[in-house]
Ligand binder design. Structure first.
Ligand SMILES: Nc1ncnc2c1ncn2[C@@H]1O[C@H](COP(=O)(O)OP(=O)(O)OP(=O)(O)O)[C@@H](O)[C@H]1O
Ligand SMILES: [Mg+2]
Length: 338
């Protein structure tokens, strides 16, 4: 049984401008110890997907629906707030884009870090403090034995980010949702944090969903990559297959925007022309059609489903939601499994 199985997840926001379909029928599963990279332009629904898994979408305006979201065999969407709270920060932990959203400004760093250790892991205050100090040291915080008694506002933004990462890793979760975990950090600390995440995974079989704009980081960390566009997964594949042969025009565009040693530093990295569609007024056909270099007549009229395909050269099984790709590579089965 997969550690996490998400079937047909949908999140919409009912706003004054209309209904924003931020996540629109996302399905995937994740095995123990696996790292899933989630990539896509700003606004494609990556953070909303992760927040929805944890029951953290504000309602109103948000409405979350799914056929099921099974974690360790339990449907997260059917749990009440108390049950969810016992899973969050314990079985599933998260590292968010904005550290202040997951910190309580009124509590010292010690209180934030040790609560979960005392509550869920049964450690004494002294043991928990010792472990928390070690955790702060692991993420590169100097003098952790002093920092641990400070409040969040006494730390710089980069320090807070690292405290949040330490908090996410200390409870040794089964699943770590890491949403741009290292973006605000300098390169050395970033590498250190990624190594820590890998070590945690190796030791405890933690599964990771890693959201990042940095395709280099995704390539180095992920077993599989999911590409998200306008609330939908448009392509999924193993990391090496995806980089070798993207099977969706959007993925191809994203990969084309990776800087190389020879690229002009002044060139705009965003090489895909146009902008993502308004999620409150999606086009009737494929959401990517207005920007697509591969488009055919059908694409502006019908919405492509993501189908499982077999790559003839390698036999690799992957999925793509592009009519043109599906025309060239015959789907192996109807519907989507991954
Ligand atoms: N509370 C909310 N009310 C209305 N719309 C929202 C709300 N939260 C998110 N959205 C919308 O949902 C869509 C998806 O947002 P999301 O934050 O998931 O994007 P993202 O892929 O994480 O982008 P980024 O890479 O910039 O972090 C966006 O259009 C966003 O405006
Ligand atoms: Mg985000």
């Amino acid at each position: 049984m997969a550690l996490l199985e998400v079937q047909n997840l949908r999140v919409r926001f009912e706003t004054h401008h209309g209904v924003v379909r931020a996540v629109d029928g996302v399905s995937f599963s994740l095995e123990e110890g696996e790292t899933l990279g989630l990539v896509g332009e700003s606004g494609s629904g990556k953070s909303v997907t992760n927040l929805a898994l944890l029951g953290l979408i504000p309602s109103p305006p948000g409405v979350v629906e799914a056929d099921r979201v099974l974690f360790e065999g339990r449907d997260l969407l059917t749990l009440n707030e108390r049950e969810l709270r016992s899973i969050r920060g314990n079985r599933i932990s998260m590292i968010f884009q904005d550290p202040m959203t997951s910190m309580n400004p009124l509590l010292t760093i010690e209180r934030q870090l040790t609560e979960v250790l005392c509550l869920h892991k049964g450690l004494s205050r002294r043991e928990a403090r010792k472990k928390a100090i070690a955790g702060l040291g692991d993420v590169g915080i100097p003098s952790p034995e002093k920092r641990i008694d400070q409040y969040p506002h006494q730390l710089s933004g980069g320090m807070r980010q690292r405290v949040m990462i330490a908090m996410g890793l200390l409870c040794e979760p089964r699943l770590l949702l890491a949403d741009e975990p290292t973006t605000a950090l300098d390169v050395t600390i970033q590498a250190q944090v990624l190594e820590l995440m890998k070590a945690l995974q190796h030791k405890h079989g933690t599964a990771i969903i890693l959201v990042t704009h940095d395709l280099g980081v995704v390539a180095g960390m992920s077993d599989r990559i999911h590409v998200m566009y306008a609330g939908k997964l448009v392509e999924t594949a193993s990391t090496s297959d995806l980089f070798q042969l993207p099977l969706h025009p959007y993925t191809k565009g994203l990969l084309g925007s990776i800087p190389t040693l020879h690229s002009d530093p002044n060139e705009d990295l965003d090489s895909i022309p146009g902008a993502p569609p308004d999620l409150a007024a999606l086009p009737p056909g494929c959401s990517f059609e207005p920007r697509c270099a591969w488009k055919a007549e059908r694409c502006s009229k019908e919405r492509p489903e993501r189908l499982t395909l077999t790559q003839p050269s390698s036999g690799a099984v992957r999925t793509s939601a592009c009519f043109e790709v599906q025309r060239l590579l015959r789907p192996t089965q109807s519907g989507v499994t991954q």
